[in-house]
Design a protein around this ligand. Structure first.
Ligand code: TLP
Length: 348
């Protein structure tokens, strides 16, 4: 029924398989046609998502990518500009969506481990002019993905949002893993969401639902977003069968994220002890661990391949670096096994 669990799969938390409770909730879900707004299970998930994020309304979408792109379409108009971080998912890993779909210009800034600075954003927002594109939107990602799971402190989000709002610019938060941030900092997800006009988060990642993300925001924003979801072909029908797992994800899978963070710490601390591995422990704040391989005779791709032969899967993200994510299907033993094998490869 499940994928091969003889592997320790650290490539992503997207690989998590649904729990038995999720499968049972999916089997028994009460459904209707969601394009008519008549699927009670989807309506329940959307209400729950809005409540958890402290916003007025939510929209269930098939993927995080679609959720982000819908947010961009809803906030911006063709030829307007969006400020974002150069390694963020929206800019680097959504297939050029901002240009292709919403027709937005992107203005990437370099952050510190993916985190942007309010002053730099302030300087980048364009003043009104007949000649220049209007800055429509600032997109932030928290926790970051390529920044290594780093988190924007709520005060920093507030500062950025103040700068943006003072200039009439909206703020969208790609909070694909926002509950990891909430658990890591011990504050409600709504606290992170408050300064943002819209947030996208995924139930399909560390929360282990099989499919789905939510866009949350004000009533009027979500109603306009609903039209863009339809335009992109994301209007689904008896999709309560999937939303049911999302409800279980929000109700039962949030608190356990602390265990994934502990495992990420264990992995990072262990890696820091291995010769030829470079890692900045400050960067490890949630369930993501990024490290560089610094040995002339062992490359990141060689290490990735050797780990695969030992049934451990990691994600090589550049010529010299590797990303690992801890999640509910990776145990403490799996982490120790990974460290042991990396140690063996690096001393051989
Ligand atoms: N990230 C995935 C893939 O891109 C590889 C991963 O394994 O980390 N925002 C952020 C911050 C993300 O990390 C991702 C997915 C998305 C958006 C997009 O979500 P999906 O995959 O549901 O489209």
């Amino acid at each position: 029924m499940n994928r091969d669990d003889r592997f320790v799969d650290l490539r992503s938390d997207t690989v998590t398989i649904p729990t038995e409770t999720m499968r049972e909730a999916m089997r028994t879900a009460v459904v209707g046609d969601d394009v008519y707004g008549e699927d009670p299970t989807v309506n329940r998930l959307e209400a729950l998502a809005a409540e958890r994020l402290g916003k007025e309304a939510a929209l269930f979408v098939p993927s995080g990518t679609m959720g982000n792109q819908i947010a961009l379409l809803t906030h911006g108009r063709r030829g307007e500009e969006v400020i974002l971080e150069e390694q963020c998912h929206i800019y680097s890993f959504e297939v050029g969506g901002p240009a292709f779909l919403a027709g937005l210009l992107t203005r990437p800034l370099r952050g510190t481990y993916g985190i942007l600075d309010p002053l730099e954003i302030q300087e980048t927002i364009r003043p009104e002019s007949l000649h220049t594109p209007r800055t429509a939107l600032v997109c932030l990602e928290s926790p970051t993905n390529r920044g290594g799971g780093t988190i924007y402190a709520p005060t920093l989000l507030q500062d950025i949002s103040r700068v943006a709002h003072n200039a009439g610019v909206a703020v969208h938060l790609d909070g694909a893993r926002i509950f990891n941030a909430a658990v890591a900092m011990g504050i409600p997800a709504a606290e992170f969401a408050r300064p943002a006009d819209s947030v996208m988060f995924c139930v399909s990642k560390s929360l282990a639902a099989p499919i789905g993300s939510l866009v949350v925001g004000g009533h009027e924003f979500i109603e306009r977003a609903r039209r863009f979801r339809k335009l992109l072909g994301g209007g689904m029908r008896q999709v309560g069968v999937i939303a049911a797992a999302g409800i279980v994800a929000l109700e039962t899978m949030v608190d356990r994220l602390a265990e994934d963070h502990k495992n990420a710490r264990l992995l990072a601390n262990g890696l820091a002890q291995i010769d030829g591995v470079e890692i900045d422990l400050k960067q490890v704040q949630t369930n993501i661990v990024i490290f560089a391989v610094r040995r002339p005779d062992v490359s990141a791709s060689m290490l990735t391949q050797k780990l695969r032969e030992g049934r451990i899967l990691v994600h090589q993200i550049s010529a010299d670096s590797i990303r690992c994510l801890t999640h509910k299907d990776v145990s403490r033993e799996g982490v120790l096994q990974t460290l042991e094998l990396i140690r063996q490869i690096m001393v051989s």
